[in-house]
Write a protein of this length. Structure first.
Lengths: 250, 244
């Protein structure tokens, strides 16, 4: 079950902590702030992402994640609202499951993807907490496919090791696919299944499937509510807290 | 009063909850957090509670977080960063481009007698112009009358940080009725002090002694942080006053 805290850091303009499936990420956002001349864009805000691993200094793996996140968030943030400025993200991975580097029968020695959904979720929550204008919100999830074509949402480290392919998908609040990163061997049909499954987890698209069928599918995952509702709940709690003073006015 | 519902960024506002103007020629006013997508869709861009004022025919998203973005006519507390021949360059929020304050935009300032402000001095000013493409411009006097209206350099005292929502509430004309704030009134019954509230989430407090100044600042900060109601504020003030 995802665990969300909005604005845990009081010095940052906005921040969020997101924990799920053994990964825990703190995101801090500063912005809009002054941008260095060389990064300045005349019509748009520059988006700068720094991913920091749980231990050690960042390397190639972090740069790869940063580029994926940056490309995604540029679509989500209304960058034209703050031209010639910078929106700076620091994503600190606080904990990751015991094997930080996941090795297995995947093409690369170590997989970058398992932490990506947590990073994306933490950054969107931090953006909401910063009150930066957004065109939509997003939700992201990880789905693994094992050798006999069974889909495993939110797989454990062991399951990722044995998986034939893993997929990260992110959907906007309008139900559009925003990010898809896949690793391993899979067929197009498998990918279609993964897509439907991920969409259900993120967006809870009930009208697409029959009512009974969608219930069956959500039985597998622990949380019945989809990620979008989880996000909404967290925001609702924060707003309720900040408007507590209104209660006494009646 | 305004009705409220929670909105998330990207949600379309259903047209049936939009206020109906009393006069059809009256345009609908969109406040912060909303975006008009032609031809007739209105979507939210922030997360917060959607407020609708039927009487004023306006709709906006209220939230209490993030960084201050200068808007014309806002009163702000700024710090002079440096001065050039005709301007003071002032910081309204940290790490943003500096706002410009003309050296002659003070009450009674002429080319010969202009106020001397060193870097680091605190000023209370009004935002004259601010747009996303230009640096904000400040003034310490009303440009039409030339009167200071309480603005200018603030000497002594201390600055306390509060949230942007708290600053908005403190600047309301009727704090108790609209903002649910009685903390300043309650303290004022026992302690004499001056305050200047900047829309950028800063409050300047000056009082007879350091103890009293801190009391006022702490009371404001705690009211803000804990979201205290009217009665709780009264209790807080009583508790703090006992310490002096």
């Amino acid at each position: 079950m995802a665990n969300i805290t909005l604005s845990p850091l009081y010095r940052a303009d906005g921040s969020a902590k997101y924990s799920k499936a053994g990964y825990s990420v703190i995101a801090a956002v500063s912005g809009p702030i002054e941008v260095q001349r060389r990064d300045e864009l005349p019509e748009e805000a520059a988006v700068d992402i720094a991913v920091r691993p749980a231990a050690g200094v960042g390397g190639l793996r972090e740069r790869h994640l940063e580029s994926i996140i940056q490309n995604t968030l540029r679509r989500v943030i209304l960058v034209s609202a703050h031209p010639r400025s910078l929106i700076q993200f620091t994503l600190q991975i606080v904990t990751s499951p015991e094997d930080g580097t996941v090795t297995g029968n995947l093409p690369q020695a170590a997989s970058n993807l398992p932490v990506l959904p947590a990073l994306l979720q933490a950054s969107i929550l931090a953006l909401i907490s910063t009150s930066i204008p957004l065109s939509m919100t997003l939700t992201a999830t990880l789905v693994a496919v094992n050798s006999n074509d069974t889909l495993i949402p939110d797989p454990s480290v062991q399951q990722i090791k044995l998986a034939s392919s893993i997929h990260v998908l992110a959907f906007s609040s309008h139900g559009e696919l925003l990010v898809v990163e896949s690793e391993g061997d899979f067929t197009m049909d498998t990918w279609e299944e993964v897509y439907q499954k991920a969409k259900l987890i993120c967006h809870g698209e009930e009208e697409y499937k029959g009512e009974s069928e969608s219930e069956d599918m959500s039985m597998n995952s622990e949380d019945v509510s989809n990620l979008e509702n989880v996000l909404k709940d967290a925001v609702e709690r924060k707003i309720a807290k900040s408007q507590r003073w209104k209660e006494s006015m009646g | 009063m305004a009705a409220q519902t929670l909105v998330l960024p990207g949600e379309a506002i259903p047209s049936d909850i939009l206020p109906i103007p009393s006069n059809p020629s009256l345009a609908l006013k969109l406040g912060p957090g909303l975006r008009h997508v032609p031809p007739s869709t209105i979507t939210s861009v922030l997360a917060g509670s959607l407020c609708i004022d039927q009487k004023k025919n306006s709709i906006w998203v209220e939230n209490n977080s993030g960084r201050y973005i200068p808007q014309p006519n806002d009163l702000v507390l700024a710090i002079v960063h440096h001065s050039s021949t005709d301007w003071y360059h002032c910081a309204i929020t940290p790490h943003t481009t500096l706002a410009q304050l003309p050296q002659l935009a003070f009450e009674g300032a002429t080319k010969k007698t202009r106020p001397q402000l060193n870097s680091g001095s605190l000023i209370y000013a009004r935002v004259l112009s601010a747009s996303k493409h230009t640096d904000p411009e400040l003034a310490c006097c009303n440009p039409s009358t030339g009167k200071s209206e309480g603005m200018g350099e603030l000497k002594g005292g201390m600055v306390f940080d509060v949230s942007l929502g708290m600053a908005r509430r403190l600047l309301l004309a009727r704090q108790r009725e609209e903002g649910g704030l009685v903390v300043l009134e309650e303290i004022a019954e026992k302690v004499a002090f001056e305050v200047a509230v900047g829309r950028n989430g800063k409050v300047w407090v000056k009082s007879g002694g350091v103890k009293e100044t801190l009391l006022v600042g702490r009371a404001l900060q705690e009211t803000d942080r804990e979201g205290l109601g009217v009665e709780e504020q009264g209790r807080l003030v009583k508790k703090l006053l006992r310490g002096i």
